[in-house]
Design a protein around this ligand. Structure first.
Ligand code: HEC
Ligand code: HEC
Length: 259
């Protein structure tokens, strides 16, 4: 083999040969195999249908490897990396450990949601509706709703009501009667990670087929608050799609006081 040919071979193996610029972000099955080189680093990288259960099991294992954000992200992208190699396997996924405990223990955004959103923005050409549906579901569903193949404990379900790690965990602690440091709490978050990865893949698969089902739109209540407080409203003094009443007006205060 000439040196030149060797170099070409190496480049080919790295998956960076030129010439597949305008490929569809939704290459499925055979189409993907035929045009397997992904040349651009800019997202979206091509998505290929993943079985929800496969993502869930990988995410569950990932949680015990490097926590929730990594787990949810790698449950999805790790599967593509195993099937396709580059560029998926070039992503320094372990850095996503930062999302643990709502970003380095700050209790802000749930790491599983953070990791899933990162994966969605990496492989979807239209990520926002998926994130909206995922977050809406996570806010209202009884979770975790995935039981891993090698389940360790019996885990009580709870409704997070919020995207925040703090609110989600404290609500579960209230329902389960267990402590933050219990083994069950870790297992619960591992299963939340698996549940979130599974649901994300279902939504990605739906969108890839052109049939994303929006079952959890922003509630009428939150919409009403946004109409007076968010962008384009009379006050424009707030931003967000979270359920406002988790923090405001839980005590039935009449509002607004005056129009
Ligand atoms: C019809 C318009 C309108 C709607 C709907 C509305 N607000 Fe307001 N909001 C106001 C106005 C006007 C004020 C200024 C003072 C007041 O009247 O209380 C205000 C003030 C506030 C404040 C500042 C603290 C206070 O009590 O003065 C918060 C917080 C707030 N609103 C949150 C919300 C939330 C959460 C919702 C949805 C549950 C909501 N608002 C729905 C108009 C509205
Ligand atoms: C996780 C809790 C949380 C959620 C959810 C939340 N807020 Fe707030 N909000 C706060 C806190 C904390 C403040 C700051 C209050 C303070 O420092 O007095 C605030 C402040 C505000 C203010 C300004 C209050 C003032 O005194 O002028 C408005 C308006 C407001 N929020 C509206 C909303 C709306 C609308 C939503 C839903 C889309 C929402 N908030 C969701 C916690 C929350």
């Amino acid at each position: 083999m000439t040196q030149d040919k060797t170099r070409r071979e190496v480049i080919r193996l790295m998956g960076v040969t030129a010439g597949v610029a305008a490929i569809s972000p939704y290459l499925t099955g055979r189409a993907f195999a035929e045009k397997e080189k992904v040349t651009k680093i800019e997202p979206p990288w091509p998505y290929e249908k993943i079985k929800p259960k496969v993502a869930a099991e990988r995410a569950y294992g990932g949680y015990y490897e490097a926590q929730c954000m990594y787990g949810a992200f790698w449950g999805i992208i790790g599967e593509l990396a195993e099937r396709r190699g580059a560029p998926y396997n070039t992503f320094p996924a372990k850095m996503l450990k930062y999302g643990a405990g709502g970003v380095a223990g700050w209790g802000s955004l749930c790491g599983a949601l953070n990791g899933a959103a990162a994966a969605i923005y990496l492989v979807s050409p239209d990520p926002e509706p998926i994130v909206e549906e995922l977050f809406g579901w996570h806010q209202e569903a009884k979770l975790p709703d995935y039981i891993p193949e090698k389940a360790k404990y019996n885990i009580v379900k709870s409704v997070a009501r919020s995207e925040l790690c703090h609110v989600s965990i404290s609500n579960w602690i209230k329902v389960s009667g267990l402590k933050l440091t219990s083994k069950e709490r870790g297992e619960r978050c591992a299963r939340i990670t698996a549940s979130v990865a599974r649901h994300t893949v279902k939504l990605l698969n739906q969108q890839a087929k052109g049939k994303l089902k929006a079952l959890y739109p922003i509630s009428g209540r939150t919409k009403a608050c946004r109409d007076c407080h968010d962008k384009g409203s009379s006050r424009e003094d707030s931003r967000g799609k979270m359920d406002c009443t988790v923090c405001h007006f839980n005590l039935g205060i009449k509002h607004p006081a005056k129009k």
